[in-house]
Structure formats: C-alpha cells, structure tokens
Design a protein around this ligand. Structure first.
Ligand SMILES: Nc1ncnc2c1ncn2[C@@H]1O[C@H](COP(=O)(O)OP(=O)(O)OP(=O)(O)O)[C@@H](O)[C@H]1O
Length: 343
C-alpha cells in the first residue's frame, strides 16, 4: 500500500539511463550510465555540476530531445521515447536559456503557444485555453503586461513570460535550462522563489539546471549533483553540504567551500600573520579584506601585528611594535598595513 502511494507520487523516473554521444559506428562517448533518479510531485530539483559534467546532455535526454545510450525516462509512468511531439508536449515543457527575440509578438501570444499541444491544427483557443493562459500570466505576476510586446520587457520579465508559457502548457514536469542566466541578483532570487512557490502550489515537478550554487542551496528541495564519470549524488542541499559532496564536486585549488556559510572563499597566498580582535559583521568584512590582501588572519596572538575593531565608532586600531595607529576605513587599514609591512 505504502509502495503504491509512493509510486504515484513520482512524476519523473529515469530507469538505468545512460547518456552520451554516438560518435561513429564503433565509438561511443558515454558520460554516465545507470542513472536512476526520481522527482516527486511538488518538488523542485536543481541539477548542479561543473562545466562539462553532462547537465545539458542529461536534461536533453530526459526531455527526449536526445536519444539515451540505454535505459529510459518515464513521466507519469509513460515512457518518453517513441512518443510523438504532441504527446511529449503534454508531459513536459522546457524553458531554454536562449534569449527570445520575437519583438512583434505580444506576451499573451507567446504564452498562448503553450496551449498548442491541446488545440487543433488551426490553433484556435477555446475559453478554457484562454482561462489557462490568464491563470499562467497571473502566476508569474504579468497579467497586466498581456498586451505588451515582448521587446518592451526586461530580461527578468521575459524569463517570467517563458515560465508562464510552460505553465500554460500544463505539463506535470517543467524543465528549465539555466533559468537565471543573464539576470541580475534580485531577478535571479525572484525567479528561484517563483519556481519554488510554483512547485508547491501547482504540485508539478520542476527540474532546473543551474550554476547558481548559493541560490540552489537555498531554494531546492533536492539537488542532483553531477560530476564527470561519477554517479549522480542526490540529497537535500544541507545533506550534500554536511557530507562534503558539494565541496568534493567543486574542489579547486583557487577557492575553498565554507560549510558554515555555503559560500566559496577564494584562496590567496598567505604571507603575514595578523591577529584580529572583534567579531560580528565588521569582523567578517575585515577578515575578507585582509585575506584578499594575503594576510593570514587569526584570533590568537600571532606575529607582531594586531588589528583591534572599535565597533562603536567603526574604526580600526593597528597595534604593531608598541605603536598604535587608528584607521577610519578598511581601505586606509589596508594601505597602512601595506606601508607597515612594506609588502
Ligand atoms: N554533440 C556532442 N557530441 C559529442 N560530445 C558532446 C556533444 N555535446 C557535448 N558533448 C560533450 O559532452 C560533455 C558534457 O557536455 P554538456 O554540455 O552536457 O555538459 P554541461 O554539464 O551541460 O556543461 P556546461 O555547464 O558547460 O553547460 C562535454 O565533454 C562535451 O564536450
């Protein structure tokens, strides 16, 4: 009984999927084999991995755009392979990264294209289709832009139009290839929040590929972590941080992953030890600036230099060789240290 309920919760299932490219009759580039992944109703999954890991290949294979080397993909228990375009378009919708350039179409018209899998060959929209289009525009907060031309919209709004089109397509699975590429930070956050809310409220499954690790860690229900020739690691973002998977996958000698903050910290060659006294926000930014300049920062007594934070007046006191110097900004602190150490 439990098993049956669980099976019904799955919208996407991959079964022993192998992905890659047939390069010639004999030569095959197999990127990954035996991929068994699922996405449940109402879940948002972020697919993460370094460049060349195979994210686009996996997305394309799941969507039926590219044939698998082996295995299969099921959406709502229906195998994608061998289905025609219209049948697939009723099971999954895809939002691609490319910037759309169709200036002479209105927002309403573009979203209405999502209804094509359901209309006759003439593309006549029924009342129900129009209702669905309005609902989709409402979901992304763009109903008032329905009659605007697409080239009158910002990149963030255009992306929301494409999400509305996918919603109008009304498929159980929505896939998005780097939906936050080309967007500024507020729009990136907005799109992730929107997708997260839509997964919850519509009970659809959302799969998106991204390079935005910090946003994915905050917004995803599950992360699929891909690395070349390694099994896909699946887990809640926090589990993948705690068990070191994120760190291992993105390991690089130029930066370290900070498990406490979920951020990457650049590695600078350390030259001089400096003791930093004080904490909180001012301490965090002072430490960042000192590390960038190549100082090794510690809270213990070390070397002959100590920086004391004066949090009340937001100033910095440098103690070195019995001399005390006050600095009014991080910029002046860094130039004073540079002179002092003659770096
Ligand atoms: N048409 C193709 N024929 C042969 N090999 C390909 C083809 N397309 C991609 N590849 C190779 O497959 C590997 C994975 O590529 P893919 O584009 O899926 O990675 P990705 O994780 O999406 O990368 P990125 O983050 O840079 O977009 C790469 O080594 C790439 O060179």
């Amino acid at each position: 009984m439990v098993m049956k309920e669980e099976m019904n919760q799955n919208i996407l299932v991959t079964k022993n999927l192998s992905i890659g490219y047939k390069q010639s009759k004999k030569e095959v580039l197999c990127l990954l084999s035996d991929i068994n992944l699922t996405i449940r109703r109402g879940e948002m999954v972020c697919l993460l991995g370094p460049n060349g890991a195979g994210k686009s290949t996996l997305m394309r294979t799941i969507a039926g755009i590219q044939a698998p080397l082996a295995g299969r993909t099921l959406v709502e228990d229906i195998p994608i392979r061998d289905r025609n375009f219209k049948e697939i378009a009723q099971l999954l919708s895809i939002v691609l990264t490319e910037r759309i350039n169709v200036g002479n179409l209105t927002v309403y018209h573009i979203v209405s294209l999502g209804r094509h899998p359901y209309t006759s060959w003439m593309g006549k929209l029924s009342d129900a289709d129009n209702e669905k289009i309005k609902w989709a525009l409402e979901q992304v907060g763009l109903l008032h832009y329905a009659n605007h031309f697409i080239n009158q919209l910002s990149d963030g709004e255009r992306q929301r139009v494409m999400i509305a089109k996918a919603l109008a397509q009304d498929t159980p699975l929505i896939m998005l290839d780097e939906p936050t590429a080309h967007l500024d930070l507020p729009n990136r956050v907005e799109i992730m929040r929107l997708l997260h809310r839509l997964a919850r409220e519509t009970n659809k499954a959302i799969l998106l590929s991204t390079h935005e690790l910090d946003l994915a860690l905050q917004a995803a229900d599950l992360i699929w972590l891909m690395a070349r020739n390694q099994p896909v690691k699946v887990g809640a973002p926090e589990d993948l941080v705690l068990n070191g998977s994120i760190e291992d996958t993105f390991q690089n000698k130029s930066f370290n992953f900070d498990r406490k903050t979920g951020n990457f910290i650049m590695n600078y060659q350390k030259k001089q030890m400096i003791q930093l006294l004080g904490n909180d926000v001012m301490g965090f930014w002072t430490q960042r600036a000192l590390s960038r300049e190549g100082y090794q920062v510690t809270c213990e007594k070390a070397g002959d230099c100590c920086v004391q934070l004066l949090e009340d007046c937001m100033e910095w006191e440098v103690h070195r060789n019995g001399e005390v110097t006050r600095c009014k900004s991080i910029q002046s602190l860094l130039s004073h240290l540079k002179e002092s150490f003659q770096l």
